[in-house]
Design a protein around this ligand. Structure first.
Ligand SMILES: Nc1ncnc2c1ncn2[C@@H]1O[C@H](COP(=O)(O)OP(=O)(O)OP(=O)(O)O)[C@@H](O)[C@H]1O
Length: 294
C-alpha cells in the first residue's frame, strides 16, 4: 500500500473536559471513496475539521499525504456541513471568486458540471433549492482539483432524489480523477453502494475501520446451539449475540481456521456489521457508566 491519504495516530480533540474525538487511529488509503459513519455527536465533524487543519489536535496527530494538513491545503477540497455558501452571490460569481482565491482552479469544470445539472448561473445561491446548493458546493470543491475531498454530511438535508443525484454527481467526478474522498453521514444506507472503505465512529472513538471487501469477508453470522461463554473454533471475536430459547445468533469476526461445524454460517451485509459494532459499543459505554460488566 502506498502512502495513505489520511493517517491518524492516537488523535484526540477535547472541548473543556469532554473528548469529542479520542484515541483515533486509522489510515484511509489513497484513491478510496471512504464513508465516515456514526450517530449524531460521534465526532465525525471533529475528525474532518482536524484533517483539514481547521482544528488542532489535543493529542496524537493527523497527516494528509504524509504531511501536516495545513501544509497541503491547496490539495484538499472541503465542503462543510450544510454547504455554507455566500448566499447573495450567484454560482457564476462564486466560480469567478474561487479563481481569485485558489492557485489551481478549473472554472470550466465547475461551469460544465452546473450547466449539465441545469443549475441557473445567475440566481443567488440562497434562492436555489437545497439539492442545487449542495451541487454548487460540490462543483466549487471539485474545481480545486483536490487530491483529497472531505464532505461533512453533504446529503443530510436533501430529499431522496436530490441525494441520489448528488451521489451520482460525486461518483462520476471521482471516477474521472484520482481524488480520495471521505464523506460523513449518520446514515450508512446512503453511502453503502458508493463507498469502498469505511470508518465507524461512536462516542468519540473509532469502532471499526477497513476496506468494505475485507470487512464483509472477515465477518459472518452464525446460527447454532445456545452459546455459553466458551470460545468457538474459527471465531476471532463475537461482536454481537442474541439468543432465543435454545438457539443463538452471533455476528462474529472470523479467526484462524474453519468455523465449528455445529454452527451454520451466513453472509453479512455491511449494515449488519456496522449495526453490530455500534450496538456493542453502546452496551459497553452504558455498562461502564453504570459500572457493571458489559
Ligand atoms: N465547539 C464545540 N464546543 C463544545 N463541544 C463541541 C463543539 N463541537 C463539537 N462538540 C462536541 O463534540 C462531540 C462531537 O461533535 P461532532 O460535531 O464532531 O460530532 P458529529 O459526529 O459530527 O455529529 P453530527 O452528526 O451531529 O454533526 C459532541 O459531543 C459535540 O457536542
Amino acid at each position: 500500500m502506498g502512502e495513505p491519504a489520511i493517517e491518524a495516530r492516537a488523535l484526540g480533540k477535547r472541548y473543556g473536559r469532554t473528548w469529542a474525538l479520542q484515541d483515533c487511529s486509522l489510515a484511509v488509503p489513497a484513491g478510496r471513496v471512504a464513508a465516515l459513519v456514526g450517530p449524531n455527536g460521534a465526532g465525525k465533524s471533529t475528525l474532518l475539521h482536524l484533517a483539514v487543519g481547521l482544528l488542532r489536535p489535543d493529542a496524537g496527530e493527523v497527516r494528509v499525504f504524509g504531511r501536516d494538513p495545513r501544509s497541503v491545503l491547496p490539495d484538499i477540497g472541503f465542503v462543510a456541513q450544510d454547504a455554507p455558501l455566500y448566499r447573495d452571490f450567484t454560482a457564476a460569481e462564486l466560480i469567478t471568486m474561487g479563481g481569485r482565491l485558489n492557485r489551481r482552479w478549473d472554472a470550466a469544470l465547475a461551469r460544465d458540471r452546473l450547466a449539465g445539472l441545469g443549475i441557473p448561473p445567475g440566481k443567488p445561491v440562497g434562492k436555489l433549492s437545497g439539492g442545487q446548493r449542495a451541487q454548487v458546493a460540490l462543483a466549487l470543491a471539485l474545481a480545486k482539483r483536490p487530491r483529497l475531498l472531505l464532505l461533512d454530511e453533504p446529503i443530510a438535508s436533501l430529499d431522496p432524489l436530490a441525494r441520489r443525484e448528488f451521489m451520482q454527481a460525486l461518483m462520476g467526478a471521482v471516477a474521472e480523477s484520482e481524488t480520495t474522498v471521505l464523506l460523513s453521514s449518520h446514515l450508512l444506507a446512503d453511502l453503502e453502494r458508493s463507498c469502498d472503505f469505511l470508518v465507524v465512529l461512536q462516542t468519540s472513538r473509532v469502532q471499526l475501520t477497513g476496506a468494505v471487501d475485507d470487512l464483509l469477508a472477515t465477518h459472518c453470522t452464525l446460527v447454532g446451539p445456545r452459546a455459553g461463554s466458551d470460545a468457538i473454533a474459527g471465531v476471532g471475536k463475537v461482536v454481537r449475540a442474541s439468543h432465543t430459547g435454545r438457539q443463538s445468533t452471533l455476528l462474529v469476526r472470523r479467526g484462524d481456521g474453519p468455523i465449528d461445524p455445529l454452527w451454520t454460517e451466513h453472509e453479512v451485509t455491511l449494515e449488519d456489521v456496522v449495526l453490530a459494532y455500534l450496538a456493542e459499543a453502546e452496551t459497553r459505554v452504558a455498562a461502564a457508566a453504570w459500572e457493571v460488566p458489559a
